[in-house]
Design a protein around this ligand. Sequence first.
Ligand code: HEM
Length: 141
Amino acid sequence: MKRNPTSMNPRQIELIETSFKAFVPVAYPTAELFYAKLFQISPHLREMFPKDMREQRVKLVETLTYAVNGLRHPEILLPVVRDLGKRHIGFKVRPEHYKLVGAALISAMEQGLGPKFTPEIKLAWQACIAFIASEMIAAAA
Ligand code: HEM
């Protein structure tokens, strides 16, 4: 059997797709919450980002949308994710930063989606973020 390169099972991909529909209307406030949480937990990361974060929030939501839409087409998604990982070398991002970003994103989604973010959906998103991060880190190594 062909290995699923996303390391997510079909049920998890389905959960991500359906929960993303609920996420779309709260995407921008959740993105704002995400950066607020990230800089609260890890203030040393703030200086890596531009002063004005508006564009960054748009890029984050666009990237999440692209990733969710690409989960069933890893052959298209993976080269994009790997290129993004390589570009992050230039932003001075190190492998250990990914855990901080992942935790802040999950926490923001938990708050943004409320009870719609069930434990099963949370696990699916954790697997999704871990997959993207591991591909970005490997490409940047
Ligand atoms: C889940 C993994 C991540 C995704 C999907 C992601 C996505 C993005 C995207 C789409 C951009 C826009 C620039 C471009 O496309 O080249 C960007 C820029 C950036 N990212 Fe990430 N990123 C991730 C992880 C991280 C981590 C762990 C850090 C560390 C703090 C980080 C810090 C930055 C910085 C500093 C910029 C440049 C901001 C600027 O000067 O405009 N990213 N990221």
